[in-house]
Design a protein around this ligand. Structure first.
Ligand code: GRF
Length: 206
């Protein structure tokens, strides 16, 4: 991707703390980007409310109004293209991404997952880590492909799991790192430092 100010769209289904962290990084000058729109598939998503409060354009696109995933995603693509979006940022977006979106934005959709992939994919990654008894978990930012949390990994941060951690304790500790990691990776992309070779991602740190 050409270096420059990234035009971002954030897709979120829930509380929107990663969205706010990205917005904060932009305001503080740590991230050369602009959030052009926040799109949610849930009318009650707190993320929509936070976007409203922050003065960021936001849209609820109701999946139940579309007969299938391709037509629902075509509506998303229409909204993204109208805003000349460079990069789609999934931040707690609780749907698998399908062909229509992937083909419209090849290697231009990123996601954050609260575990060290490929471990603990899918829902409740932090609970899975606590239940399994791992000593370390963390978070991963990756490009999105057609699998669930399977796309090429851009960067990961390791977070310790403490003996008495509940799912919530671990989720809270990981979330602090997610907020820092997502903004950092997006800035690498804005600076044109991220290269893709098959499954492998190289970041130019010279
Ligand atoms: C985060 O833990 C993220 O890793 C996962 O969903 C959660 C979203 O949290 N994909 P928030 O909506 O950004 O607060």
């Amino acid at each position: 991707m050409e270096p420059g100010c990234l035009r971002l769209a954030v897709l979120a289904s829930g509380r929107g703390s990663n969205f706010l962290a990205i917005l904060e990084a932009i305001k503080q000058g740590r991230l050369n980007a602009q959030i052009e729109v926040l799109i949610s598939d849930k009318s009650a998503a707190l993320a929509l409310q936070k976007a409203e409060e922050a003065g960021i354009p936001h849209i609820f696109i109701d999946p139940s109004l579309f007969p299938d995933r391709p037509s629902y995603e075509s509506e998303i693509v229409k909204q993204l293209q109208a805003r000349e979006i460079d990069l789609v940022v999934l931040a707690g977006y609780m749907r698998l991404v399908g062909k229509v979106l992937l083909q419209a934005y090849p290697h231009r959709i990123v996601n954050i997952h609260p575990a060290l992939l490929p471990s603990f994919t899918g829902l409740h990654a932090q609970r899975q880590a606590v239940d399994y008894g791992v000593k370390f978990s963390g978070c991963t930012v990756h490009f999105v492909d057609d699998g669930m949390d399977t796309g090429p990994i851009i960067e990961q941060v390791v977070v310790p799991v403490l003996p008495d951690d509940s799912e919530d304790d671990l989720a809270e500790r990981i979330l602090v790192q997610e907020h820092e990691l997502y903004a950092r990776v997006l800035q690498w992309i804005a600076e044109g430092r991220v290269y893709i070779e098959g499954r492998k991602i190289y970041v130019d740190h010279d």
